[in-house]
Design a protein around this ligand. Sequence first.
Ligand code: MG
Ligand code: MG
Length: 260
Amino acid sequence: MIQLKSPREIEIMARGGAILAETVRLLEQSVRAGMSTTDLDLIADEFIRGHEGALPAFKGLYRFPASICTSINQEIVHGIPSRKRVLAEGDIVSIDIGVKLDGYYTDSATTVAVGKVDAESERLLEVTRASLAAGIAAATPENHVGDIGAAVQAVVEEAGFSVVRDLVGHGIGVGFHEEPQVPNYGKPKRGVRLTPGLTIAIEPMVNIGGPETRTMPDRWTVVTVDGTRSAHFEHTIAITDQGPRVLTALASEPVGAAGR
Ligand code: MG
Ligand code: MG
């Protein structure tokens, strides 16, 4: 069942989303070679808990052991922070974070270059960020869920990369994962209608090579089967009469801006 949110509920999500946006920015600025992914986890955990009523949503969610997911290079999503995973110059690291504030969830992800990365990785980050922007732009009340996926897919495939299909975006709010599913592929005018009050996480996961995924023996980390690198960007948005409202963007960003 799809749970539409009232304007009051969307304002609560916007407050949580603002804390989340600051957390994402802080981590983007903190990433550097030589630090472990646990270092990033601790920074995020402390910063989120420093805001009254705010909690890192991932800790304990489906028994996940940390406050953020950190996924390096060929890891797509759901990597577990570890003191043994030390970032190296040339890596890319995807950081996925959720915040719960006053009973409502928001969800956002970014992928960060560690120092200087190769040209293909740089292009992967640009294309994935652009595909999220295209997906958000398609999230208007005239459209359906399929329009979001079609917009993301077009940007990714035009660049010669592939969209992960095994994992999808989702409704979000009172529950972390609500209906509907929001795939990063699809056909225009198909699927659930984008009604004002619908709140969803749009989150393209894009691989340099093929779309196939595999889950590691830790039962969390999802990687590319062919070993190519993968990027992940995500925003939580609300569908409004005026179009998409990004709830996890910094206040200084223009409305509809995606990625950073
Ligand atoms: Mg996420
Ligand atoms: Mg999500």
